[in-house]
Design a binder for this molecule. Structure first.
Ligand SMILES: [Zn+2]
Length: 317
């Protein structure tokens, strides 16, 4: 790993650290269980059994190239492999999401590995909280699938990736054939009550009530949110003034209980090309002034702070 990890962790046990060290060095073979592939003897893969109809809530059953509920609401499986579970009436309000150019920049940047420590931190949480082999994990706001595929690879989870933006989900299909990729809205997740072991929300909105509904008792949400110093050096170039803002994950009520919340920080040095990709994939790109853009275009490399919080919310038994 080329970036020096320097985490400021509020609560972290030494056992955690040792397991993480093993994970990072790849010596802990038990940490990477082999994933059971798809269906056995024609049985439905487990990640498909949790699906429910986004219109009536009924159980969805796979037919040839579509999924149907008892009331005959039908949803197609696309050629690339994803399932579009957005009801027609929700499609018109669809956020157009990222452009193809932004998605390609995001893919190149993530594949460069600069955010791998983030995957590793979440993977470590998944392993520590998992209560059975191959837990069913749904990654909400999966985008082009970088994190979802990493969790499958690092933890052997039975994965589902869901996002409202179809272009991203279409790209995600290339990352894994065993993950079930869905176009769906986070505000009404197409999963049965108490069916999912782990939910991940990587820099996406937290919707506690919906998460609480679909999680099994004892299951957990692992949420990653940006810290106030995230990409500070880039913001200092783009904006005249970078406002101090204390970002901390918002508190939740109900059956989800915060069991840990850790702060992480490290530095990464980006060569020119990766810096341009990062710019393209962040909202900052759209606010940049011409002369600042020129300054960044001439920057050969830049060292940036990565700052984020990892929080685990567990559903009471
Ligand atoms: Zn239905």
């Amino acid at each position: 790993m080329k970036d020096q990890k320097d985490s400021t962790v509020i609560s972290q046990t030494s056992e955690f650290q040792s397991k993480k060290d093993k994970l990072l060095s790849g010596t802990d073979r038990t940490a990477q269980p082999e994933k059971k592939q798809g269906s056995v003897n024609g049985a439905v893969p487990e990640n498909e059994t949790v699906l429910c109809c986004p219109i009536c809530g009924g159980k969805l059953v796979r037919e040839e190239k579509s999924y149907r509920c008892e009331k005959r609401h039908s949803f197609d499986r696309a050629r690339q492999g994803y399932v579009n579970l957005l009801p027609v009436q929700q499609k018109h309000s669809l956020n157009p999401g990222d452009t193809k150019e932004m998605l390609s920049a995001r893919r190149r940047f993530l594949d460069s590995g600069h955010y791998h420590p983030i995957c590793q931190d979440v993977a470590d949480c998944i392993l520590r909280y998992q209560r059975r082999e191959h837990p069913l994990l749904a990654d909400i706001g999966c985008g082009e699938g970088y994190y979802t595929a990493a969790f499958e690879r690092l933890c052997g989870v039975n994965g589902i990736g869901a996002d409202i933006a179809k272009d991203g989900v279409r790209m995600a299909c290339q990352r894994s054939k065993t993950i079930l990729w869905l176009v769906a809205t986070a505000s009404r997740l197409p999963f049965r009550e108490e069916s999912v072991d782990v939910l991940t929300a990587m820099f996406s909105l937290l919707l506690p009530e919906e998460y609480e509904r679909v999680l099994k008792p004892g299951g957990c949400v692992i949420e990653v949110t940006v810290g106030s110093d995230h990409l500070r050096e880039l913001k200092e170039i783009i904006y005249d003034e970078v406002f101090e803002q204390h970002k901390h994950p918002v508190s939740v009520e109900g059956a989800l209980v915060e069991t840990e919340c850790t702060e992480h920080r490290y530095r990464m040095t980006l060569p020119h090309r990766e810096l341009q990709d990062l710019l393209l994939m962040t909202p900052h790109f759209w606010r940049i002034r011409q002369e600042r853009r020129r300054q960044l275009e001439e920057t050969e490399q830049l060292t940036l702070t990565v700052h984020y919080w990892v929080r685990v919310l567990q559903k009471t038994q």
